[in-house]
Design a protein around this ligand. Sequence first.
Ligand code: NDP
Length: 281
Amino acid sequence: MIRLDGTKVAADLQAELTQTAAGLREQGIVPGLAVILVGNDPASKVYVGRKEKMAEKIGIKNFAYTLADDTTEQQLLELIDQLNQNDQVDGILVQLPLPDQIDEQKILQAIDPAKDVDSFHPENVGKLMQGLPGPKPCTPNGIMKLLAAYDIPIEGKHAVIIGRSNIVGKPMAHLLLEQNATVTITHSRTKNLAELTKQADIVVVAIGRPNYLTGEMIKDGAIVIDVGINRLEKKLVGDVDFENVAEKAGYLTPVPGGVGPMTIIMLMVNTIKACRLRRTP
Ligand code: NDP
């Protein structure tokens, strides 16, 4: 089994992005990323901290906003409007989930699509569906980059995705389809799910259930991508029963150190891209 090392691939991309950012700085351009955190969710705080740290390392200027738990939808919309107008801000990210009083869709739709570095705005989702150029969502695009870094061919492969969220499952299907995979999307109502995963050349699991995918559910040599992040008492685990699946899989992503670092670095890729598109001829 070959471990798909997201930490290493992300570090290589980080080095490239740092050079690109330095080149932009020579032209007097400092890419800017605004990260908005509303409330005190501990996991969200950790993710936001990692994103800000990575931006800083690369030479992207952070515009960090930590808002109180009782922030109103209107207040958040006003902040987004200011950031949309701010020429120094190339990317705007609102960390999800948001508190109940705020309509997530309304917020995501308020972000200028040109600054939508998470690619959750319906305009960018539509572009992805139609195969038009635009920012690609970070987690699934990170997975595609990881597969490419290991020269894993996608064309003609049967990919089974477990999970159909807007953030992972659905965009993952489009990116795989774009590269000519045959894609099956499964979810909590799928019957005989293991029958499908056993036929898969590529399995992407994104459900948030610790150790869900076992060796019996895959075929020999399968490429297994574990998106899940589950915090158990003493450690972080994915949706894949790692030891068990490792005996049968051809390639497998670890948790941590697989998809997670790729997600963060793709956010930086999208920020630098958004900056170049907006600010360079
Ligand atoms: P959601 O909760 O939005 O979606 C979960 C999906 O899994 C749903 O489609 C659900 O089906 C499906 N599902 C749940 N249980 C089962 C089951 N037993 N069998 C089959 N399908 C099931 O989650 P996200 O997509 O946002 O995240 C999934 C996981 O990935 C989480 O652990 C999250 O923390 C992690 N994650 C990791 C990232 C990274 O960078 N590594 C980035 C984003 C997420 P249904 O639609 O029918 O309810």
